[in-house]
Each structure stands twice: as structure tokens, then as C-alpha cells.
Write a protein of this length. Sequence first.
Length: 250
Amino acid sequence: MKRALISDVHANLEALTAVLADIRSQDIREIFCLGDIVGYGPNPCECLDEVMRLSQVTILGNHDQATLFDPDGFNPVALQAVYWTREQLESANGSPLQINKRWDYLGELPRTHTEGDYLFVHGSPREPTNEYVFPEDVYNQRKMDALFSRVEKYCFQGHTHIPGVFTVDREFLTPEDIDYRYRLGDEPVMVNVGSVGQPRDNDPRCCYVVIEDSVLTYRRVDYDVDKTAQKIYDIPDLDNMLGDRLRSGR
């Protein structure tokens, strides 16, 4: 059975809609979301409704958590977006039941999900919600050893918005390095599935992963970047750089 792994939607409805259409075109029936449904983008309620409707498993992301509780460690631009997102969820169109359902959904999201050899987190196997694992961390042996000590076999994550495979031999393989396909073997790996709504690998297209029979396939999907960026520009409480960065994928 095929399974789609999406992450870091960040309230980008145009990106999410494009990815969901791509998922449907492949007859994929199961979707896991690795967190950060909201934050940064202009359509938190709409994206949350879609993930609630379609995702079989959803992990708590740091922006999801920040929307629920006092944000910690956020820069001013991200912090302002968190407060605006919170206001949208509190005053959104819809019945009180639907508004409460969104809050309840966020509040009940797990920090991890384990399924056989597969561990699903937002950040890292050591700190599932907030720890970043960047490509350059392969040069930090102590950190990589500590992370892989928490991985039984395969860990899937997001958070950095940079797709690729971390091997136990301290390599980072970009989707281009592996021709967008990677077969899971006997060695442990950590797999960053990339970002749907705010890619940061200098490619503005959405990124997500499909798993079928132990083979990972990275998918890149075009969407109407200009439409999302303009929505951000039209909202005074969202910094214009949040729209600018979508165009360059950074």
C-alpha cells in the first residue's frame, strides 16, 4: 500500500491543494502529516480542516504547539505569525462546534507515532517537536550518534523544510543525489520529507514523500506561489518576507 508523508504545510492552502491533487492522482489512500499545519501562512483554518479530514496520523509540530501555548524561542516574524494564527482560529468563520473541533484536534496531537520499524516525529528522534537536524549536522559526530541511538530502524521527520536522507554513516543525501528514490535497507536512516508549504532548499515547489514496498519517492509539485504570496502581502500582521521567501524556496 502506498502512503504519502507530508509535513510543514504552514497554512499554505494553494500548496496543500496541489499536493493533495498529486496524491489523489497516484491512488494513494493513506496520508501521514508530520506537523506544522499552521504558522507563517495565510490559511490556517482551511489547511487544518483539510488535514483533519484526510490525514490518518498527524504529529504535533512546533508551530502547532506555539499556537496552543506560549511560544518559546521564536523570532519576531514567526512570533507575530503565531499570534495572528491564534486570532484566526479563535474568530474563524464556522460554527462554535467547528471552531472547538480545530482547537481540540491540535491539542490532542501526539509528539511521536511508532509503527513497526517506522518512527514518525516532527523534529528529531531525540526531541520530537523542536530539535532541528540540518544537513551540516553530519559533521557533528556526537549529535549524529546521539540521534541514531534513538532510531531503531527508520525515522521520518520534517521541521527544517530541507528534504533528504541521513545515513548512519553520517552522509546527507539530497533527493537529487538519489534520483528522487531511496530503498530502505538494513541500516538505520533518518528521512526528512521536506515541506509542502514553505520549501527551503532553493526549490519553490512543494515537496513530500511517497512510501511503497520500502521504496521512498520524493515528489516535487508546482503550485500558485504568487497567489499565496499576495495573500500574505495583503495581511498586515504577516511580514512580507514570508511571501518573498516562497518564491525563492528559502
